[in-house]
Design a protein around this ligand. Structure first.
Ligand SMILES: Nc1ncnc2c1ncn2[C@@H]1O[C@H](COP(=O)(O)OP(=O)(O)OP(=O)(O)O)[C@@H](O)[C@H]1O
Length: 549
């Protein structure tokens, strides 16, 4: 802020017949002091920029971690419906918020200081000219407030549209094999382009608003400088102020104008940050429907009877389809129950309820007489090993994948679980258990067996198996069946298996047939298969006929 003042003094010094600089300084001393001030300013700028940048990055990192932690806590239904949107909040929105409260804030503060000191020094030099310049402040401030509000709304909508765009991209990219096999690239691109265009539409509105605001403030600023020069010129000719004072004033007005520009950009960036922040805090503060900390902790390996009592359930997104309607089932400790039924009859949903991915709308699921909702979801889930129909592998080694539920497991335990799950293929890989894999780099049958090993390593008291309905190749299917058979024969775990193959159903101690949301038949395989006209025979028709033939 000392620069315009000193320049004014220097101009007066060189243009005046009786030079007198300021406080008895010579031009050389004034220049030397300025260099000192510049150096100090440079150091302060370095510190400001570095500290603000670093704190911004740390805020972004922390917001990302917290938002991710919150996303992992939410019930699966909420996240599965908006995967891309959640990812966009994690990457884009956190960035906007971080920048708007750090670098932007420091620029804003600097603008406030520059503006206030500038106006103060202008008043010192000429109160009349300063009052003339300040006349443009109220209309510009009003414009900035209106523009900021508009931008905040627009920013939230833009971030939402960006989230939807990410959702669309995520869906196709994660299913690229299906997209390419169906020659659906054009269709996928069309869907994505539609989302991109809606983002573009919103950004265009923002561009128009910004251009209008900056265009008009720029015009107002230039007109003010012209007015200052015109009126200031008459004051100089009348000898009220010196040429140096007018030069200082003009420079200060440029500083103040610049700081007002910075202030409005601070305000608009802050409003964008508020828009993006709303989306982050919506997720950060969201209470999951299935509260992670509610309930008592189920310690150790708990053995007991599982009882579904009058369970009614419909998916939140499809309330009109009653998936389970008076579902009753009992699984005793160590018992294996095969759940059979037509495709879409609700078998996987039963397992999803047992794992508390959802809670029943009515009725209860009890473990040893206690509603499973009375346990914390994490401690309840720690009792269950899960082998889904299409198991998911994560990027990492085979050992890490097998030990996913129990990262502390020893190599010997991992190998033992792999042996029990018929994962002998691992020993054929050159790097054995250290072989790096990702979600696609094993065959379907191998994936199933790794998932079985994972579930076995957990030493859970309950196993939820969803048998692959897709046909595996003969050898692979035999290995998977054999691994499942070993589990069914052991009496140490209760097993709820969604079964499609006759061989599996035959091995289960109890077979339950699910139809229209409830168990319609229950018994041993022999009882159900020998009952003429049974629902079981209807569901398993072709397979039973093949055996009898
Ligand atoms: N996330 C979901 N949101 C809404 N509806 C769903 C969801 N998952 C499944 N459904 C519906 O719930 C019903 C039961 O599905 P579920 O997957 O439990 O059947 P299933 O018996 O396991 O089928 P399959 O043998 O083909 O795997 C079906 O009508 C299905 O369309």
């Amino acid at each position: 802020m000392s620069v315009p003042f000193t320049i004014g003094r220097l101009i007066d010094y060189f243009t005046s017949p009786n030079p007198d600089l300021f406080l008895g300084l010579t031009p050389t001393m004034a220049a030397a002091s300025l260099v000192g001030v510049f150096t100090l300013g440079a150091c302060a700028n370095f510190g400001r920029s570095l500290l603000m940048r670093l704190s911004g990055l740390r805020i972004i990192a922390r917001l990302r971690k917290d938002t991710y932690a919150s996303a992992l806590r939410q019930e699966v239904n909420f996240i599965e419906n908006s995967e891309g949107d959640v990812l966009s909040r994690l990457s884009v929105d956190t960035n906007i918020v971080g920048e708007s409260v750090t670098g932007n804030l420091s620029d804003g503060l600097r603008a406030v200081v520059t503006g206030t000191v500038g106006v103060g020094l202008m008043f010192y030099l000429s109160p009349t000219l300063t009052a003339l310049m300040l006349a443009i402040v109220p209309p510009i401030s009003l414009g900035a407030v209106l523009y900021g509000r508009y931008l905040k709304r627009l920013s939230k909508r833009t971030q939402e549209a960006l989230g939807k765009m990410s959702d669309t991209a995520q869906e196709s990219i994660s299913a690229l094999r299906t997209v390419q096999a169906s020659n659906a690239e054009k269709h996928a691109l069309k869907l994505f382009a539609k989302d991109v265009d809606s983002v573009l539409g919103l950004q265009r509105k923002e561009a128009f608003a910004t251009a209008t605001f900056y265009g008009s403030t720029g015009l107002a600023g230039n007109v003010t400088i012209l007015a200052l020069l015109g009126y200031g010129g008459t004051l100089v000719s009348r000898g009220v102020i010196s040429v140096g004072d007018l030069s200082s004033l003009l420079l200060y007005s440029a500083y103040v104008g610049g700081s007002m520009g910075q202030l409005s950009s601070f305000f608009t960036t802050l409003m964008k940050g508020v828009g993006a922040g709303t989306r982050i805090f919506d997720l950060l503060e969201r209470e999951p429907v299935i509260a992670p900390s509610k309930g008592t902790v189920l310690e150790g390996r708990a053995v007991g009877t599982i009882k579904f009592e009058g369970v009614r359930f419909a998916y939140p997104k499809r309330r009109d389809v009653q998936v389970l309607d008076g579902f009753d089932l009992e699984i005793k400790p160590g018992e294996s129950v095969a759940l059979v039924g037509k495709s879409g009859s609700g078998k996987s949903s039963v397992q999803a309820l047992l794992l508390r991915f959802y809670d029943p709308d009515l009725g209860q699921i009890k473990f040893n007489g206690t509603d499973i909702r009375d346990y914390t979801p994490a401690s309840w889930r720690s009792q269950i090993g899960l082998v889904p129909q299409d198991p998911v592998l994560f990027s990492g080694t085979i050992a890490e994948n097998i030990a996913y539920d129990r990262p502390d497991a020893s190599q010997a335990e991992i190998e033992e679980a792999a042996r029990l799950a018929n994962c002998e293929f691992v020993w054929d890989f050159p790097e054995k258990f250290e072989t790096k894999i990702n979600k696609n780099s094993l065959s379907g049958g191998q994936r199933q067996r790794v998932a079985i090993a994972r579930a076995l390593l957990k030493h859970a008291s309950i196993l939820c198996l969803d048998e692959a309905s897709a046909a595996l190749d003969g050898a692979s299917e035999h290995k998977v069946n054999d691994a499942i058979a070993k589990i069914l024969q052991s009496r140490t775990v209760s097993c709820l298996i969604v079964a499609h193959r006759l061989s599996t159903i035959q091995r289960a101690e109890k077979v339950a047939v699910l139809d229209e949301g409830r168990i319609v038949e229950i018994g041993t395989y022999k009882e159900l298969a020998s009952r003429e006209g049974s629902k079981f025979r209807e569901v398993m028709g072709a397979q039973i006929a093949a055996v009898e033939y």
